[in-house]
Design a protein around this ligand. Structure first.
Ligand code: G3I
Length: 318
């Protein structure tokens, strides 16, 4: 038999995975492909473990959405990535508008992360503990955490996650760190300083939200520079969008683009796996955010495989 996860495994990777959002859980044909372990050996909740979902008001935790995704992964025997502890987006307003001082926000952030990571203790392969901490020029993004706590919020939340689950791999995750450049250099410097202070950091997550025909040529070199710091690397949210309408030419270019991204991971042993940000265009986040763009995934909205699918298989075999 064939499949994306089988291809990844043959290339020595730990998993090939997909994100899924809770509405997909009642879509039987969708769920059938998602549950096929020849295709997917790992899942990430697209929204269900985010702060606004898990602690919508202070100290009140809701596990329904995250637990539903965990249940699917458990039933199928798939690894789970947790997503995410400290992020400036999808934060409830009680956090963003709370005007907390340093000590108070630190304890809120640490409690949140300890509680969420603790709830899923022993069930998660890796956590995106910190998400999107950087500006495009490699400086730190001025989030409520950065502005109130300073750059030490990063090591503080990592320590909280480690305390809550000693076995989960702790990641820092970002977009536009696919190729080399200022933002990736910012990540390199952060990992170096975290390592120097012995903070618990295990991995760098390269989100991989890319554009057809514009995939950086330095992805492998970039993965290698992260790996050289002594961390593992994962491609965590891969999708390659195009301007609509879809044409055969764009689908062919998308296939090449997927192949090149996958090959970059396949060529570096420290790159442990790849997750696509859902597997079908039916549930992609892209059209709702980028006007006139879409079709970024290897299955179309009718759950039919696109040329990109073969690109992934070829990338792992290259
Ligand atoms: O749950 C509400 C629903 O009640 C409401 O009726 C509906 C109307 O708009 O919105 C629903 O919330 C949406 C939520 O997804 C759940 O579907 C939000 O509007 C929408 O903004 C949110 O989008 C998510 C986005 O993160 C928010 O930043 C996407 O699904 C999710 O795929 C996306 O994922 C992010 C990663 O976490 C981080 N990296 C980038 C990636 C893509 O943006």
């Amino acid at each position: 038999s064939t499949g994306l996860a089988l291809s990844a495994k043959a290339a020595g990777k730990l998993y090939f995975g997909s994100a899924l959002d809770n509405p997909g859980l009642t879509d039987e044909p969708y769920l059938a492909i998602l549950s096929d372990k020849n295709q997917f050996t790992q899942l990430t909740p697209a929204n269900g473990m985010k702060w606004e979902s898990t602690e919508p008001s202070r100290g009140v935790y809701t596990w329904t959405q995250g637990d539903a995704v965990l249940a699917v992964a458990k039933k199928n025997g798939q690894l789970l990535r947790g997503h995410t502890c400290a992020w400036h987006s999808q934060l409830p307003s009680w956090v963003t508008a709370g005007n907390f001082d340093n000590a108070t926000l630190t304890s809120i952030m640490v409690d949140h992360c300890k509680t969420v990571v603790g709830h899923y203790k022993g069930q998660i392969y890796s956590w995106d503990v910190v998400n999107e901490a950087f500006n495009e020029d490699g400086t730190f993004r001025e989030t409520v955490f950065y502005n109130t706590i300073g750059p030490s919020y990063i090591s503080k939340v990592l320590h909280a996650a480690r305390e809550a689950d000693h076995h989960a791999k702790l990641y820092i995750n970002d977009y536009n760190i696919d190729g080399t450049g200022a933002k990736s250099t910012g990540m390199v410097n952060l990992i170096k300083s975290l390592k120097a202070e012995r903070a618990p950091i295990d991995g760098v997550g390269i989100q991989g939200h890319l554009i057809v025909g514009q995939v950086p040529t330095t992805i492998q070199a970039n993965i290698e520079q992260f790996a050289a710091l002594g961390v593992e690397v994962a491609i965590t949210e891969l999708d390659i969008r195009m301007e609509l309408p879809v044409t055969p030419e764009k689908l062919a270019q998308q296939k090449e683009d997927y192949k090149n991204v996958i090959k970059a991971c396949a060529n570096v042993p420290a790159c442990v796996g790849v997750t696509i940000w859902d597997y079908t265009d039916k549930y992609s986040w892209v059209p709702s955010v980028f006007d006139g763009e879409g079709a970024p995934l290897p299955w179309d909205e009718n759950l039919v495989k696109k040329p990109a699918y073969d690109g992934i298989v070829e990338g792992f075999a290259a």
